[in-house]
Design a protein around this ligand. Sequence first.
Ligand code: PLP
Length: 467
Amino acid sequence: MDVLTYSLDYESKVPLYHQLYSFIKADIQSGSMPFSTKLPSKRKLSSYLRISQNTVQSAYNQLIEEGYIISKERKGYYVNKIDHLQNIYMQPDTSEDYNKRSKMEAKFDFSYHGVDKTTFPYAVWRKLMKETINECDPELLQLGDSLGYYRLRTVIAQYLHQSRGVNCNENQIIISSGTEVLYQTLIQLFDEDTIFGIENPGYEKLNQLFISNRANFKSINIDRNGMIPEEVYKSNANILCITPSHQFPSGEIMPINRRLQILNWANKEGGRYLIEDDYDSEFKYSTRPIPSLQSLDNNEKVIYMGSFSKSLSPTIRISYMVLPPHLMRRYNKNLSYILCPVPIFEQKVLYRFIQDGYFERHLNKMRNIYKKKREVLVKAITELNCGIQILGADAGLHLLIRIPNNMSEEQLIHSALRQGVRVYGISGYYFDKENIGVIPTIMLGYAEISEEEIVKAVKLLHKAWFE
Ligand SMILES: Cc1ncc(COP(=O)(O)O)c(C=O)c1O
């Protein structure tokens, strides 16, 4: 091989020797430079690529060190014998780049995943972090309680009791790192033949979560009041995963009668439970929040789950669950080896944040901000006066709309994107596609987007859908 034709980027911040090294390595890995191929001499390659001989030498040295090539005295450089490498070579995955690019295309995004980005209490958080580290607290270096920091569990128990009517003490609380981790723990807590019932449509992660954990599950249709009791009875499920305070994605609240029906179902047989995912219950705007389902339970049938993902930020990755006493005993017996995955440092900061009253203040502030955003969004849509139907209770951080213009969900999404607005269809949340309604429904999250942006974006949606 006399020369190697690589296009080096002379302007790049990546050193030239490293670029050359990477090109040769990739060729060896892919097999296009097989075992015993002779590499060009330093002199030839340097003059061909217009780089110094030292640069070529550095690239070759790196390849020698990693075992890709060998140097034979007075003969030159040769590709080394490398077993199996061809098999592990994979095309670079560009999907993430693609996602980044396509994300940039939209000027306005009605994503439901995030929170308002301008109001995170940075100053307080910084102060509490500083105070926590400055204390030189030996507890920071100890593994501590596997259920989670004791004091944090204590303030969470108080908060849940006051705000959601949850009856529990700190010894029933397990702190973890995201709803999916809590579900994984529950899968381990129950027998292998347990059948989980999930809402159709519902939280998209659950489907993947049960499949990847090889757990049995069935999707159960919902109506405006939540899971349909007849379908629950038919399903053979033992444990229902439900979102009664704000169904995801419909945004409806489960009325008391349906709550009692579902609780009665659980009470009818041993081994039946309800997992109440109360993920964005902090945000209820015109009336007081509805107490949790757990507060109605007298028979240790409800497992309550909560998270700081909507009330603070999804990036904090702190969530918790409350187990009924007999399940807590089972947990302590069988799963006490699981260490709390949230670092003690973050748990202490969060404990102080709640204990010192910052959390309550933050929630009150965010409630007002999100209420206002919701009002702006509803007003902007209503003023379009084109028959768009708004669905879902005035709670949470998203609402649904139905657009009477005969476009399919895909057409609605794409035409909005062409105007620079990203919206989300709900068909992806149906596990059982047969029940997708005939009129396409679009979900608009309003936590991340500002009031001004909402007004501009809704005008663009009108353009996309009606002009
Ligand atoms: C139904 C539901 N549960 C829980 C969560 C929060 O999950 P996590 O605690 O893993 O951030 C979300 C987030 O959007 C959700 O939609």
